[in-house]
Write a protein that binds this ligand. Structure first.
Ligand SMILES: NC(=O)c1ccc[n+]([C@@H]2O[C@H](COP(=O)([O-])OP(=O)(O)OC[C@H]3O[C@@H](n4cnc5c(N)ncnc54)[C@H](OP(=O)(O)O)[C@@H]3O)[C@@H](O)[C@H]2O)c1
Length: 192
């Protein structure tokens, strides 16, 4: 079940944090939606790379974030995250919209924003250009080498997949509806 939840979300986090941002030990990484499908894996990957990790989630998910290894959990609902977070080297943003634009406010001058949109939204590109910051959209790609790295981390117990809920294939529409609510902690998995 856990293995089913790993490839797409795991490769997304890996390609953003490792292939694009090249996160290094000691760097500060902000992961938005840190309890979500991509986010909970991104937190663990950034920690495995030796980063200091800050995650955003509503307060009810902060214990989970600490279990995953975050150094700081920020409740984005009670305070704008850009007020609560000291400058970071990398932001991984699965949320998009104004969260992507506002994330530029917490980036170091050399920092990089990665937002999970195949094409970088024009508003984000313009705001980044105005500030002289790097912002990148991305679309996850098939990647055998990346999958091997994820499997290695999982074997070492440094990466685990949280399965929020399973649905039989014939109830896939229910899984979609649950996903669209955007409140999931971990991954939704279909069983065949
Ligand atoms: N471009 C690509 O290659 C790629 C690949 C994979 C996924 N994606 C996209 O990435 C997005 C995220 O996917 P996912 O599966 O990781 O999402 P998800 O599991 O549905 O995310 C749910 C989480 O988002 C949190 N959340 C919602 N609004 C938030 C906000 N404003 N700030 C911080 N956290 C917030 C929720 O936390 P609370 O309940 O605490 O609010 C919840 O834990 C989707 O749009 C998906 O299509 C893109």
């Amino acid at each position: 079940m856990q293995a089913a939840g790993l490839p797409l979300a795991g490769l997304t986090a890996w390609q953003g944090l490792v292939d694009i941002a090249d996160v290094r030990p000691g760097q500060r990484v902000l992961v938005h939606a840190a309890a979500g499908g991509v986010g909970h894996l991104a937190v663990q990957i950034a920690k495995a790379r030796g980063a200091y990790v800050i995650g955003t989630a509503s307060v009810g998910k902060h214990n989970l974030l600490h279990d995953l290894g975050v150094d700081e959990a920020v409740d984005y609902r009670t305070e704008p995250f850009e007020k609560a977070v000291e400058p970071v080297d990398v932001v991984l943003d699965p949320v998009g919209g104004d969260v992507a634009v506002r994330s530029l406010e917490v980036l170091e001058p050399h920092g990089r924003l990665i937002t999970l949109s195949a094409v970088l939204p024009p508003a984000v590109a313009a705001a980044a250009a105005e500030r002289g910051l790097r912002a990148t959209g991305m679309l996850v790609e098939p990647d055998g080498a990346g999958l091997s790295e994820l499997a290695r981390l999982a074997d070492q117990r440094r990466l685990r997949v949280l399965v929020a809920e399973t649905f039989p294939l014939e109830r896939a529409s229910h899984a979609h509806r649950a996903g669209e609510l955007g409140r999931t902690a971990g991954k939704l998995v279909l069983t065949v």
